[in-house]
Design a protein around this ligand. Sequence first.
Ligand code: SIN
Length: 187
Amino acid sequence: MHDTQSVNKSRINIDALDEIWVFGYGSLIYKVDFPYLEKQTATIEGWERRFWMGSHDHRGTPEKPGRVLTLHPVKNVECFGVAYKITYEEFDHLDHREKNGYLRELIDIKLQDGRTIPGVVYIGHADSPAYFGPSDIAALARQIFNSSGPSGENRDYVFDLANALRRYNVKDEHVFAIERALNTLSI
Ligand code: SIN
């Protein structure tokens, strides 16, 4: 496994931020296992969700990795997420949770309250050893269907995320298409 915890510690000067916000676009939307001071829906521009990241630690194993989300840069798109205002102390936990190839990035977050402020986003880039890249929906669904790890079944990552997006009235065809494909495999 490629562990990004130590590199993340020194990547971004979080001390320079007036408020610390972390933007979640995947499991951070529906699995909130850290304390926060405030929570708002939010968007970031120029990124889309894709199941292009391998999961060797949460939803798969080193021998049989699963698939989880990362963000892919695309012009003129907006990605919905949930932003949490947190204290610096939470980064030990977050860096550990996102250690499999994700790097902290500082990206402008448009908060529901109308403000746009820099916040931390965990992204798995194409040069990460844990990055698998594009695959067609059927292949992604098959890999997800057949994977599980310490955090549970890989398919539940998709189902929990799709349900959360629906609760927020957000349509994400990439996620929903994989959900539909998984449902045919489950029959
Ligand atoms: C995120 O949710 O923002 C990062 C990716 C993940 O942990 O699913």
